[in-house]
Unconditional design. Sequence first.
Length: 667
Amino acid sequence: MGKQSLVFMVVATVVFAMPVRAQIQPNQQAIADVAAGKIKEAKASWWGFDPEDSTQSLQAAINSGVPKLTVDNVGKPWIVTPITLVSNQEILFEEGVEVLAKEGAFKGTGDCLFRASEKENITLSGYGATLRMRRADYDNPDLYKRAEWRHVLSFKSCSNIKVYGLTLTESGGDGIYLGTAKQWVTNKDIHIKDVICDKNYRQGISVITAENLLIENTIMRDTNGTPPRAGIDFEPNHPEERLVNCVMRDCLSEGNGGYGYILAISPLNFTSEPVSLRFENCKAVGNAGAAFGVGTGDTPERAVDGTVDLANCVLQSGTGACFSVFKPADRCAITLTDCSLLADEEGTPQPALIVFGSGRDADQPVGGVKFESCLVRDSAERVPMAYIDRGGGVPLKGISGTLIVEKNGQRTEVPLTEELLAEWMPVTAMKLIPRVSLEGLTLKPLVAEAPAEKYAFGFAKVRRTGRFLLYAKEGDEVTFTVDYMQVGKYAGKPINVVITAPSGEELDRVSAAFMEQTDVTFTASETGVYRITADPGGNQLRITTSSHPLDLTSDDGPIRLIHGGGDYYFWVPAGVTEFAVRVGGEGTGEAIRAMLINPAGDVVDEVDNNIQTHQFEVALDQPSKGEAWTLRLGKPTQIAWEDHYVDLRGVPPVLAPSREALLVPVQ
């Protein structure tokens, strides 16, 4: 018995030590039969398998056009570089199969594990199979150029697509991306079921444009990397794109670095096809951002119409709200039926579980949401709803229904009357003082000559749009330095710094590299104010040095800043009797601290931890003789500080780093 046991153990050890399937040579006869149409079902290993790199084999198998292709379990991962899908094919990944992105590959910023553009009739099925990339590698700037588009599955302008049962993990972008390959051609008839999107870099799923989209029993979890970091983000890029008949059913979004579910649909407007989105029995738990958010354009003209319905959904807050809405009341009606909005007692939702908000340019009431028997559970001493009014005195409208409010185990049915909403969400009326246009104004330096250090503006970091004014005389040699910096883990690419002469003609266009400082020089072709424009997108930009007076401005709205603490000077022209300065944080939970200081150095007013718009209103005893005021911005003492804005009313929209750098109207 002892000898027999010993022999068995030795044999077992030998078997265990044998290599799992090594390289497999192509089966030429089987390949020929597929090419001849004799075989309608095939195995990918017929085209060979190389444990170091099976790209050629797998791509050849797909390119064969066989109607049904099985990626068989050969005992080792199918290591590949980017793979392109074809139309009219079902691909079955056997249980236990792992398709793995090749280490050191995927250098292109848009390289995806599997992609299809303008294709149709594709099924990818793989219960117990995994499609895996190498997120940690792509996040290393020493190895890879920063990007957020290295998706596991990318479908662009495709139709009749099915994805079942797969685990999609560790991408450098999204688990699934539904975008466009041909302008305005949407994805149609897409069915995603029983899928797990795990540990992806930007989103679990991004939906740019889709019609007849059904996502069922799908998990989107642990997204973290570049913003928005959501479980799923419906995010069209153009008004011509569409979100029509999109349904999510029995889905879970958990542990993501941003929102659970977000509808970032502000690029759509009143000319767009109305949206229709429905969420049934979906759940959001433990996400860092709001559990569910909707944001459209600020005004009815900039906002899409349509419907958004949530039924029997459970939305648990993380550090954000359970449900946040930023949209005009008369656009995109929203209904929540039998939903549960639950406070995560370990989180710090700000400023309530349900948040309404107006945008900076809002000019019509916001709201348009109906709550039908929705449970709100929150042990904190706060009202269920809050209003962040960035438009300044914008009223609420169309908020109706009934909440079931639970505190300390006690439930109370609360009808949403106008009186109660006014108590919960008072609207602060602000005096409407119009903006001043720079069109037609001639500007000149307040101080004729000053040291160059007075023109340094390094503390003014702008985001999305950078608009600067620079004064120079004909023949002057002008130099300034642009510092183009990263925000979070946003990808970046070179941007143009455009210099426009006082006459309106473009004088020069200089490329600024991402995460570098760029020195710009030009010779002034005429005397006057030059415009300098640059758009850093989601990242940030500042001009750190300048040889000439340099100010910050905005063409038609507030000046947007990020972490822009410092003293900003602005000019109150002669004859002005009243003006206003509006300040506020940009996002939910983002605030600002600000002081308004008069020419004598006295603090006229101040605000701290301000999320929604605060308006400093100044009525002068005597008309101004022309004077410089100061706005001091800084980090709030309690609430997070990131994006914020300044909106000058009744005075020229010009901010300077010093009194000596101010450009003022010629009077």
